[in-house]
Write a protein that binds this ligand. Structure first.
Ligand code: KIV
Length: 285
């Protein structure tokens, strides 16, 4: 049975912490499900870690739908959340609803995520009223990286921290079932977490959130452009991949691979007949 937003909310009520992870492909989605991840995010970080862009801004709705369809189809239990990319929900609540609907219908997700606080409340309300669960995302909202002037911690001063508190309450009041807090100082994230009844999911927001979201390329050290302070590398899969591929290249070059063990044999009589036909010049041309 697939988990629902109610299960996630019960986890907060029971003090059970929520480990969310990004997934963009079948192998990662299946592995994460097998490892017990209750909520998978088909995030627009795929623009950086899959497509090789510097930001998430170039990601299109069709890209998220493509990856979301895979992740939803190959998993049974985790709640799959799909990101609404840059400019797919900013123009009007109607535009947002239409695109959220595509993500649910074509991508198979159980919920959508969008960036923005107080000013996004009418949009969140519109989508939620149509029966589509919304996860909000406040703090450092990467689609606004140009407006922020870089990937920076948000809410470090009284005024900006108060705005984030208002943002958190506004998205909850608009009907969001959870909220991502990205690059928010830990004491502020703790205040927000205490104040809200919906789960807070932190990334670079300290240890007091109800859950955590990480990009799997970061926790497996697959993304090597930079190592974000907010992550922990649980395995050096990137290094393992590179040495495995180097060994493969060397084996091909030296002739050590493939061997008979990797090859398919043929009946010796067929081989003999083939040679004979070549000698007689009667082979098919
Ligand atoms: O797109 C994404 O992966 C995200 C997480 C970093 C929260 O939004």
């Amino acid at each position: 049975m697939r988990l629902t937003i109610r299960d996630l909310q019960k986890m907060k009520a029971n003090g059970e912490r929520i480990a969310m992870l990004t997934a963009y492909d079948a192998i990662t989605a299946r592995t994460s499900e097998a490892a017990g991840v209750p909520m998978l995010l088909v995030g627009d970080t795929l623009g950086m870690v899959v497509q090789g862009h510097d930001t998430t801004i170039p990601v299109k709705l069709d890209h998220i739908i493509y990856h979301a369809e895979i992740v939803s189809r190959v998993t049974q239990r985790p709640l799959v959340v799909g990101d609404l990319p840059f400019m797919t929900y900013h123009i009007s609540p109607e535009q947002a609803l239409q695109n959220a609907g595509r993500l649910v219908q074509e991508g198979g997700v159980g919920a959508v995520k969008l960036e923005g606080g107080e000013y996004m409340a009418p949009t969140i309300r519109r989508i939620v009223q149509a029966g589509i669960p919304v996860m909000a995302h406040i703090g450092l909202t990467p689609q606004s990286v140009n407006g922020f002037g870089g990937f920076r911690v948000q809410g470090k001063e009284v005024k900006t921290a108060q705005q984030l508190l208002r943002d958190a309450e506004a998205v909850q009041n608009a009907g969001a079932f959870a909220v991502v807090l990205e690059l928010v100082p830990a004491p502020l994230a703790q205040m927000i977490t205490k104040r809200l009844s919906i789960p807070t999911i932190g990334i670079g927001a300290g240890p007091h959130c109800d859950g955590q979201v990480q990009v799997y390329h970061d926790i497996l050290a697959l993304f090597d452009a930079f190592v974000p302070k907010h992550t922990r590398q649980y395995a050096k899969v990137g290094d393992t991949m590179r040495s495995a591929i180097e060994a493969y290249v060397q084996d091909v070059q030296s002739g050590a691979f493939p061997t008979a063990a990797n090859s398919f044999d043929m009946n010796p009589e067929v081989v003999q007949a083939l040679h004979q036909a070549e000698v007689n010049g009667s082979g098919d041309r």
